[in-house]
Design a protein around this ligand. Structure first.
Ligand code: GGG
Length: 351
C-alpha cells in the first residue's frame, strides 16, 4: 500500500491563490512519479474569510490543522485588513501553537537567474538563514500610555527566553555541521542593550559545543551591507525573529528574486505539524494577473516532501525547478513571458 501524505493547504490571499495551484500541481505530479499519494484538504482562511466572519480562521482553526502531516501556506495579507491583524490572525498563531521555532530559508543563486550584484555566477550565493520563529521582537506584550495626549507613548516588549534562544542557536550549528561549518550571528548588541547582549552571550556559549564550526557575528546594519558586498562569505546565518525576517528577504533579492525563495517553519521534534510557505507575501498589485512566479511555493513544497520522508521526490522537484529557471518557460520577473500556469506546468513536466 502506498504512503498517503495528508496536507492542509491554505492559499490565503493575493498571489497565494495563484501560486498554490502550481505548488499542488507539481507535488501531485511528484507523488505519481514516486509512488505515494497526496491527500489535500483546502482551507479558505484569508482576509476574505475575515471580511465574512470577523476572524482570519475559525476559533478551532488550530485544532482543525493538528492532525495533518504538514500545512502548506500561500500568502497572507490584503488591503482592507491591517497587516498585523492578518498576520496575527493566521500565520503567527500557527507558528506558535505548533512550536515551529525554526524558520529555515535557503538562498541559492540558481542557473538562469540574474543577481543584481555584479559578477555573481550560479551557485556563488549559497546560504541558509535560520530565523527564530516563535518569540523575540514579534510580540503582543506592551501598552499605550497617556493615549491621546502630548505625552503619548507606546511600549512594546521583546522576549528572548534561554530555551528559545538556545534551541535556535543549536539548530543553526547542527545545520552548519551538514554544510560549510560556518555560522554567522546577526546581532545589534551595541544598540539593543538588554536582549542582544544576552543573544551574544548564548551564541558564544553554544559555539563552545561546536569547535569544528567557524563563527562570527555582525551587527545587523553592517551585516545587511555585507550581504550585498560579499554574499559568498556566508553559510548559515542565524538571527532573531525580526532580523531573520529582514535578512531572508534581502538575501534572495541578492540572489536574483525573492519570488523563488522558500521557507520551512519547522517543529523539529515533529510533535506538531510543520508549515511550508514561500517567503514572499500576497503581492496584491499582481494578484490574479497570472504572472506571479510560482517557484517559491513549489520549492517550499520540495522542502515539505523532504521533511515528510520523500527525499527523492524533493530532489527531483529541485532539479525540475533548476531546469525551467535555466531554460524556460519563465515568468516576467525572471526575464520570460510565461504565465504562472505555464511555468508550473513546465516544472511538473520536467520531473
Ligand atoms: N508567504 C507567507 C506570507 O504572506 N508572508 C509575508 C509576511 O509578511 N510574512 C511575515 C513573516 O514571515 O513573519
Amino acid at each position: 500500500m502506498s504512503t498517503t501524505i495528508r496536507i492542509a493547504s491554505i492559499p490565503g490571499d493575493g498571489i497565494g491563490k495563484d501560486v498554490m495551484v502550481e505548488g499542488i500541481r507539481v507535488l501531485d505530479a511528484a507523488a505519481t512519479k514516486f509512488g505515494f499519494r497526496m491527500d489535500w484538504k483546502h482551507f479558505d482562511w484569508s482576509c476574505e474569510y475575515y471580511a465574512r466572519h470577523g476572524a482570519m480562521m475559525p476559533a478551532d482553526g488550530i485544532d482543525q490543522l493538528r492532525d495533518f502531516d504538514s500545512v502548506y501556506l500561500g500568502a497572507v495579507g490584503f488591503p482592507g485588513v491591517p497587516d498585523h491583524i492578518s498576520l496575527w490572525g493566521l500565520l503567527i498563531p500557527i507558528r506558535r501553537e505548533f512550536d515551529q521555532y525554526a524558520n529555515i530559508r535557503p538562498v541559492y543563486l540558481m542557473p538562469g537567474v540574474k543577481s543584481p550584484l555584479a559578477g555573481r555566477e550560479p551557485g556563488s550565493i549559497n546560504m541558509m538563514i535560520v530565523r527564530e520563529n516563535t518569540e523575540g521582537e514579534y510580540g503582543t506584550q506592551g501598552r499605550f500610555e497617556n493615549r491621546g495626549t502630548e505625552d503619548e507613548r507606546v511600549i512594546g516588549e521583546a522576549t528572548f527566553t534561554r530555551k528559545g534562544v538556545d534551541r535556535i542557536l543549536r539548530y543553526a550549528f547542527e545545520q552548519a555541521m551538514t554544510r560549510g561549518r560556518h555560522v554567522t550571528s546577526a546581532t545589534k548588541s551595541n544598540g539593543l542593550a538588554i536582549t542582544m547582549p544576552y543573544w551574544d552571550e548564548r551564541f558564544a556559549l553554544m559555539a563552545r559545543n561546536y569547535p569544528e564550526v567557524r563563527t562570527d557575528q555582525f551587527h545587523i546594519d553592517i551585516l545587511t551591507a555585507q550581504f550585498v558586498r560579499n554574499p559568498d562569505w556566508f553559510d548559515v546565518v542565524v538571527g532573531s525573529n525580526l532580523f531573520g525576517d529582514i535578512l531572508s528577504d534581502l538575501a534572495p533579492a541578492c540572489a536574483g528574486t525573492i519570488a523563488i525563495a522558500p521557507s520551512a517553519n519547522l517543529n523539529p521534534e515533529r510533535i506538531h505539524p510543520s508549515m511550508f510557505e514561500p517567503v514572499h507575501g500576497s503581492a496584491p498589485d499582481i494578484a490574479g494577473k497570472g504572472i506571479a512566479n510560482p517557484v517559491g511555493q513549489i520549492w517550499a513544497g520540495s522542502m515539505m516532501l523532504d521533511h515528510l520522508g520523500q527525499p527523492e521526490a524533493a530532489a527531483a522537484i529541485m532539479r525540475a525547478i533548476e531546469t525551467v529557471l535555466a531554460e524556460g518557460p519563465r515568468t516576467p520577473d525572471v526575464g520570460g513571458k510565461a504565465t504562472t500556469v505555464e511555468m508550473g506546468k513546465a516544472i511538473a513536466s520536467a520531473l
